[in-house]
Design a protein around this ligand. Structure first.
Ligand SMILES: [Fe+2]
Ligand SMILES: [Fe+2]
Length: 141
């Protein structure tokens, strides 16, 4: 059993992004609990639907922030999102057909993603956005 719990090591210190990450952790935890409890496929599917929508919205949000800020590592970060979108879509299709192993694979994938991508790529982005805000604030004063 994996532990899906947001902690300070995942903090990017951009409140809206941190809240979206927290929600991702909560949904993964919910999915894992449903799987462990042998929940019916319709319940599993509904959590997965939620997860897929939330992930897509979250990626789009970060990408909008990156473009608006002229983030220099946009292509690299976007590529990572693109790879994840593709992987999630493939697994989602299998889950929709009732393949429960695919739901476990999705949890495995997201667990790695939340630890690797959030702790490196998203934290780098958070640091950049905060620096930029500080620069603007300094110029304005
Ligand atoms: Fe990201
Ligand atoms: Fe993120």
């Amino acid at each position: 059993m994996r532990i899906f719990e947001w902690d300070e090591s995942h903090a990017v210190y951009v409140p809206a992004v941190d809240e979206e990450h927290r929600q991702l952790f909560r949904l993964c935890d919910e999915l894992q609990r449903a799987m462990m409890a042998g929940a019916p496929s319709s319940d599993v599917q509904s959590i997965v639907d939620h997860l897929v929508i939330h992930t897509a919205q979250h990626f789009s949000h970060e990408e909008r922030e990156m473009r608006a800020a002229g983030y220099p590592h946009y292509a690299w970060h976007h590529r990572q999102h693109h790879t994840a979108r593709f992987r999630i879509k493939v697994l989602e299709r299998r889950i929709r057909r009732g393949d429960r192993d695919a739901a476990l694979e999705l949890l495995d994938f997201l667990s790695g993603w939340l630890n690797d991508h959030v702790r490196l790529a998203d934290r780098m982005l958070g640091a950049y956005l905060r620096n930029r805000q500080r620069e603007f604030a300094a110029q304005a004063s």
